[in-house]
Design a protein around this ligand. Structure first.
Ligand code: C2O
Ligand code: CU
Length: 463
C-alpha cells in the first residue's frame, strides 16, 4: 500500500482504484475555473471479491475499478460529472451534504427526471463547503446502494491544515449468504425496527483492511458511513484520535474520539497521531453490540515524524448562513411509527410496506405524485425544526440542500454542530435551526433506507 501523502496524491491516483483506497482524480478539475470536462460516472453491474466464498455477482457501482471512486473537488471551484446509465433500471446521483442548486440534487421527479437505461445526465455545480461528503443514487435505493452504489466525496480547501497522509474509509455492509451472493435485502419485521443489518462488514470494500501511515505522523482519517442500516460506535485503539469535523463541518471545539455514535449518511474527520514505533498498529473499532469489531487498521512505517496534534491549524469555517433566532418560525416534526399499509408502486422502488411516518404521513419519496410539503419556507428566513422522535429507535435524519445548526435538546447535551444529518435518539426532542437560503423542494428523511422507503420521508419547499 503506497503512502497517500499530499505529495504522492497525483501519482497514487492512477493506482488507487486497484487498491480500493480512497483517492480519486485529484487536481484534474480542481484547477479549472470555468466549465470543467465532466468526470464520467458510468453506472454498471459488475462482480467483486468481498469474501473468501468466491466472487459476488450483481454488484452495482460507477466506473470499472470496483468501489465507486473517491471524488475530489475544491471548495468554490466548478465541478462536473456525467452520469451514464448502463444498469437495467433507472438511477440518479444525489450529492449528500452539498449545498448546491435544486436541479442538481438528484431526486427523481422532484428535481430531475430519472435517468433511464442508456441515458445520461450532466451534473455541474460548485461546492460551497469543504469537507467529507458522499454520493449515492436516489432511485430504488435499497437495492442500488445495498449492492454497492455509495461513494465518498472530498471537497478540499487549499487552506486546510497540512497532514502527513490522508486515508479515506467508506464504511458499509453487504447482505450476502454463505455462498457470497446477495440474499433478500431486508426483512419486513426488521424494517419496522432497527432496519435489517448486512452480514459482511467492509471498509473500502475490504474486510478489516490495513493501511500504512508515517510513524509519529498526523493522518487525516475521513470516515463516511454509507451503509443503508448500521449505526457505529467508533473508537480508536493504539493511537490518539481527535475529532476535527463532523458531517463535513469543523466541530466548534476539537475533542478526543471516545465512543462516538455515527449513523448512515454521517461523516467523521479524525486527526490521528500515529504511534512512534515502526510496526505499531492503530485500530479503528466499532464497539456497538457485544464484541468490538475491527473496522480498519493503520500501521506505522518509517522513523517517527514526532508530530503533535496541537500543531494542526484550524479547519476553515464553511460559509453557512447564520440563523436569526429572534425571527425564526418553528416547524414541528414528529417521527413516528404508522399503521401498516401497502404504498402504491413506484418506478424508483417500493418495499411494499408503510411502517413509519413524519407528522403522521407515511411517504416513501421518489414518486411522481409527492405528498404536500411539510412546510413552505420563505427564501432567506430562519426556521427551527422541532424534531420529536416518539419511537424507541434511532433515526439519522437528513435534510437536502441546506445545513442546520443543532440548537438544543431537552433530553441530552448536544454540541452546536453544523450538519446535514442528525442522529435522533429514541424519545429525543431536538431543535435544529437553519436559514432557508436555497430555493426548491428539499427532501428530509431518515437515512436508514428501510425507514426512508417505508414512510419516513417528507420535504420542505423554499420559495
Ligand atoms: Cu443521502 Cu436523500 O440522501
Ligand atoms: Cu429511521
Amino acid at each position: 500500500m503506497p503512502l497517500l501523502t499530499r505529495r504522492n496524491l497525483l501519482k497514487a491516483s492512477a493506482v488507487a482504484g486497484a487498491y480500493g483506497v480512497g483517492v480519486g482524480i485529484a487536481g484534474k478539475f480542481g484547477v479549472a475555473e470555468a466549465a470543467p470536462e465532466p468526470q464520467v460516472l458510468k453506472a454498471l453491474k459488475t462482480t467483486a471479491s468481498l469474501t473468501d466464498s468466491g466472487v459476488t455477482k450483481d454488484i452495482m457501482t460507477w466506473g470499472d475499478a470496483g468501489m465507486p471512486p473517491v471524488l475530489r473537488m475544491t471548495k468554490g471551484k466548478p465541478f462536473a460529472a456525467r452520469l451514464t446509465n448502463t444498469l437495467d433500471e433507472p438511477t440518479t446521483i444525489h450529492w449528500h451534504g452539498l449545498r448546491i442548486a435544486n436541479k442538481m440534487d438528484g431526486v427523481p421527479f422532484m428535481t430531475q427526471p430519472y435517468v433511464y437505461t442508456g441515458d445520461s445526465f450532466d451534473y455541474a455545480f460548485t461546492p460551497p463547503d469543504a469537507g467529507t461528503f458522499w454520493y449515492h443514487p436516489h432511485c430504488n435505493t435499497l437495492t442500488q446502494m445495498g449492492h454497492g452504489m455509495t461513494g465518498v466525496l472530498v471537497v478540499e480547501d487549499p487552506d486546510d491544515p497540512t497532514f502527513d497522509a490522508e486515508v479515506v474509509l467508506n464504511l458499509r455492509d453487504w447482505r450476502l449468504g454463505g455462498d457470497g451472493q446477495f440474499i433478500a435485502a431486508f426483512r419486513p419485521r426488521d424494517a419496522a425496527k432497527t432496519g435489517t443489518y448486512g452480514t459482511v462488514r467492509t471498509a473500502n470494500w475490504h474486510q478489516e483492511p490495513q493501511y500504512d501511515a508515517p510513524a509519529g505522523g498526523l493522518i487525516r482519517l475521513r470516515i463516511a458511513v454509507t451503509d443503508v442500516t448500521r449505526i457505529f460506535s467508533l473508537k480508536m485503539e493504539g493511537a490518539e484520535a481527535t475529532v476535527i469535523a463532523l458531517d463535513g463541518n469543523p466541530v466548534p471545539k476539537r475533542f478526543p474520539l471516545d465512543l462516538l455514535l455515527i449513523g448512515p449518511g454521517q461523516r467523521l474527520d479524525l486527526a490521528v497521531r500515529m504511534p512512534d514505533n515502526e510496526g505499531a498498529i492503530a485500530t479503528l473499532e466499532d464497539i456497538r453490540g457485544t464484541t468490538p469489531k475491527t473496522i480498519a487498521k493503520l500501521r506505522a512505517v518509517g522513523t517517527s515524524l514526532k508530530r503533535n496534534v496541537g500543531d494542526l491549524t484550524a479547519l476553515g469555517e464553511n460559509p453557512v448562513a447564520k440563523h436569526d433566532l429572534s425571527a425564526a418560525q418553528k416547524i414541528p416534526l414528529i417521527l413516528s411509527a404508522t399503521a401498516e399499509s401497502a404504498p402504491v408502486d413506484s418506478i424508483c422502488g417500493t418495499l411494499g410496506y408503510s411502517f413509519w411516518a413524519i407528522n403522521k404521513i407515511p411517504w416513501p419519496g421518489d414518486t411522481p405524485d409527492p405528498t404536500a410539503p411539510l412546510a413552505e419556507l420563505k427564501l432567506g428566513k430562519s426556521y427551527i425544526l422541532q424534531l420529536e422522535n416518539v419511537t424507541p429507535h434511532t433515526h439519522p435524519i437528513h435534510l437536502h440542500g441546506m445545513s442546520f445548526t443543532v440548537l438544543s435538546s431537552p433530553t441530552r447535551d448536544v454540541m452546536p454542530l453544523v450538519t446535514d444529518t442528525y442522529l435522533v435518539q429514541p424519545d429525543e426532542k431536538v431543535q435544529l435551526a437553519f436559514v432557508a437560503d436555497n430555493p426548491g423542494d428539499w427532501l428530509l428523511h431518515c437515512h436508514i433506507i428501510e425507514h426512508q422507503k417505508t414512510g419516513m420521508t417528507s420535504y420542505v419547499r423554499v420559495v
